[in-house]
Unconditional design. Structure first.
Length: 265
């Protein structure tokens, strides 16, 4: 089995106060916001984008959206009467070969973006960037050296809980002999200030068989996170380790692209 392509996302949602956002589309791209007070969906941004939104995330005051060549930000500090147009700004236009995949927001100072490095013609490597609020730009982050059998990897979803906790989920292609695309999870280490492989879907992770690629993730705290993917794959973080959740019935015949983790207050 070769690499499984991630389909173009059509909808991504992110809450801001009493608003919900939908981002997506390709002809043309669009964004809509649901105003709970007005009880209606309103257009926020449309064909001026030029490319579809890949993902969206919010911290309660701002919405961030990743698209192939940059990251967009909408600030809730502006007047509601003005958000139909002009509230989205590009904050990460990048011409150095990075293709943004996803954005994860913990707060205004802890915003992460995953990207793909297309500069190397022979391989595709996932990259991580962190928002520098003082410089007003994303800064590429360090990663531990990849295992020798990893040919490439990509991260279609990244989530952040706080300044010390963030995960990115996706897939990697292993040795040329198997050419199998399997699930991987990377985590940020505040101690070493780099990203490292936290889990991979190989048989040495106590799974019955290699796990398929992961497409979406959600985290509630440093002790609770979940990721979903191809063929109904679900893995759960319990604060200590990632565990495959088998036997999901009809979900095993479905590909899961996003998930929301919620806890009652």
């Amino acid at each position: 089995m070769g690499a499984m392509p991630m389909p173009t996302p059509l909808v991504a949602a992110a809450p801001v106060a009493r608003k919900a956002w939908m981002l997506g589309g390709t002809s043309p791209p669009w964004a809509r916001v649901y105003d709970a007070d007005a009880q209606q969906w309103l257009d926020s941004l449309h064909d001026g984008w030029g490319a579809e939104a890949m993902s969206a995330s919010a911290d309660g005051k701002e919405v961030w959206a990743a698209r192939p060549r940059d990251v967009l930000r909408w600030s809730a500090t502006t007047n509601d009467s003005q958000f139909l147009e002009g509230q989205w700004t590009s904050v990460a236009t990048n011409g150095n070969g990075q293709h943004f995949k996803s954005v994860g927001v913990a707060d205004a100072s802890n915003v992460w973006a995953s990207a793909q490095d297309w500069a190397n013609a022979s391989a595709e490597y996932g990259q991580f960037n962190k928002w520098d609020p003082n410089a007003g730009r994303f800064v590429k982050q360090s990663m531990e050296a990849d295992p020798a059998n990893i040919l490439y990897h990509e991260f279609p979803s990244i989530v952040a809980v706080d300044g010390a906790t963030a995960w990115a989920v996706g897939s990697c292609c292993t040795t040329p002999k198997t050419n199998m695309s399997i699930a991987i999870v990377y985590r940020y280490s505040i101690t070493s200030a780099e990203w490292y492989m936290d889990f991979d879907g190989g048989v040495h992770n106590n799974t019955d068989s290699p796990l398929f690629p992961l497409y979406g993730a959600s985290a509630w705290s440093k002790d609770a996170a979940v990721a979903v993917g191809y063929g109904g794959t679900v893995v759960w973080w319990d604060g200590m380790k990632w565990t495959h959740v088998p036997g999901l019935g009809m979900l095993s015949s479905c590909d899961l692209y996003s998930v929301a983790l919620w806890a009652p207050t």
